[in-house]
Structure formats: C-alpha cells, structure tokens
Ligand binder design. Structure first.
Ligand SMILES: NC(=O)c1ccc[n+]([C@@H]2O[C@H](COP(=O)([O-])OP(=O)(O)OC[C@H]3O[C@@H](n4cnc5c(N)ncnc54)[C@H](OP(=O)(O)O)[C@@H]3O)[C@@H](O)[C@H]2O)c1
Length: 222
C-alpha cells in the first residue's frame, strides 16, 4: 500500500519534530506545519540533515498549507493553542483523519490530571471539526526524548478515537514510527489516554526519570 502524505502541525516543536523524524526515516513524505514558513523550512532542513539525506521528502509549510497537503494530519501544539490551530485549519481537513497528540495540561500543575469540559482534547477537536473529520488520539504517553533518542523502544502507544478503520490506519503509523500500537477503543476512551500523561509526568518526577511510559501486558503476544 502506498504511504499517505503526513502533515504535522506544530512539527517545529519537540514532540512533532520527533514524530517527523521517525516517519521521515520510515520513508514517509512529511509536511512540517508552523505559524511561520521560515521556522517550518528550517525544521524540515534539520530533519533531512539528521537523516543524512538531503533529498528526503520533508518539506516546511504554514499550518494551513501543510493541512491541505497532508492525507493524514497530526496535531502537536500545546493545549493552549489547540482550539485556535484547529479553527485555522478546519477547512483543509474535510474527509481526513486528524491524529491529535495534544495533552490538556494546565500549567503549572502538570502532574495533576486536568481535562476540558468536552471530556478530552480529542472530544473537543471532534466538536470543533464536525463529523466528516475523524479524530484519533495517539502518542500522548511518549515523551519527546524517546522519539529522538529511544530506539528501539518498549513503550506502547494507545490509539483511541473515532472508527475502527481510522484507528487501524493510525496504528500503521505507530508501527512505522517504531512502537507497538494498542487499539484502545472509541473516542470516549480518550480522557483516560490523555489523563495518563499527567500520571507519567508525576512518575517521572517522583523517580527522577524522563521517559516513563505505558506497556500493556496480558495480550498473549510479544
Ligand atoms: N513534549 C513531550 O514530551 C510531549 C509528550 C506527549 C505529548 N505531548 C503533547 O504534544 C503537544 C506538543 O508538545 P511540545 O512539547 O512539542 O510543544 P512545543 O515544542 O512547546 O510546541 C510545539 C509547537 O506548537 C506551536 N505553538 C506553540 N505555542 C503556540 C501558540 N500559542 N499558538 C500556536 N502554535 C503554537 C509552535 O510551532 P510554531 O511556532 O512553529 O507555529 C511549537 O513549535 C502538546 O499538546 C503536548 O502536551 C508532548
């Protein structure tokens, strides 16, 4: 099957940049989105350099243009920018999957679970985008350092969101990024996936660690 073109909105940042690196390494065409074309191009250059491949198909674009180009669109901005970013790109997302990586954190108390009124960032995104976009959560529980440095990794990636077929497509991306995907069910389960991140941040602090994650056991497979 041909690989979908991926757009990563906020891909200039720590988490989105790490995902862009992983997928570029796996041979995907990537559009890194930013509010600034210059920042997007420079992030794309940095990834091609890190890959040691000046011809790798990693491009920079403003968020709206990136969202238009992407067949699957990934959102990696801070929660404070979640609604405004989605509203700005909504018209470019019709019929697509939006992979929401956002964790609704309320600084400075990021070790305490906080969820928005809609129940989760994903449920909020689904409300903002309407029914012809499928919102699927993934990578909330993967610290950015793991994306840049942690290969191979035994972290699982919980994938929860609208529609089993959409989750399957996102699970393929999780595998391509080097992680074991776990089907974590419908979008109603996203509050737990997102809330887990505050627990992991707490655990990192309590144990002096940087990359606590989740591993689901008892599945009868490796
Ligand atoms: N960092 C992690 O380890 C980690 C782990 C799991 C999940 N997450 C989640 O992933 C998301 C991104 O995290 P991050 O650490 O990568 O964040 P980040 O580096 O602080 O920001 C990512 C990008 O978001 C854009 N952005 C920042 N503030 C913005 C604003 N006010 N309005 C619009 N765009 C803004 C910036 O892109 P431009 O300036 O180029 O537009 C920035 O490069 C968050 O929701 C976070 O909770 C992070």
């Amino acid at each position: 099957m041909t690989k979908p073109v991926l757009a990563i909105l906020g891909g200039t940042g720590r988490e989105g940049g790490g995902l862009a690196y992983r997928w570029a390494k796996a041979g995907y065409t990537i559009y890194i989105g930013s509010r600034s074309l210059e920042r997007a191009r420079s992030a794309a250059d940095a990834i091609r350099t890190r890959l040691g491949n000046p011809d790798a198909p990693v491009f920079g674009a403003e968020n709206y243009e990136a969202a238009l180009r992407g067949e699957i669109v990934i959102l990696t901005v801070p929660y404070a920018a979640h609604r405004t970013t989605l509203e700005a790109v909504r018209d470019a997302l019709h019929g697509k999957i939006l992979v929401d990586v956002t964790v609704p954190l309320k600084p400075p108390k990021v070790t305490k679970v906080w969820l928005p009124e809609a129940g989760s960032a994903a449920l909020e995104a689904q409300q903002i985008l309407g029914d012809d976009v499928a919102v699927v959560d993934a990578f909330q529980n993967i610290a950015h350092g793991v994306l840049w440095e942690g290969e191979p990794s035994d972290h699982d990636v919980l994938v929860a969101g609208r529609g089993k077929a959409n989750r399957r497509r996102v699970m393929e991306l999780v595998e391509a990024a080097g992680f074991r995907p776990i089907d974590a069910g419908p979008i109603e389960n996203t509050p737990v996936v997102e809330g887990l991140t505050s627990l992991l941040i707490y655990i990192n602090k309590a144990y002096g660690a940087k990359s606590a994650g989740v591993r689901i056991v008892g599945l009868g497979q490796s």
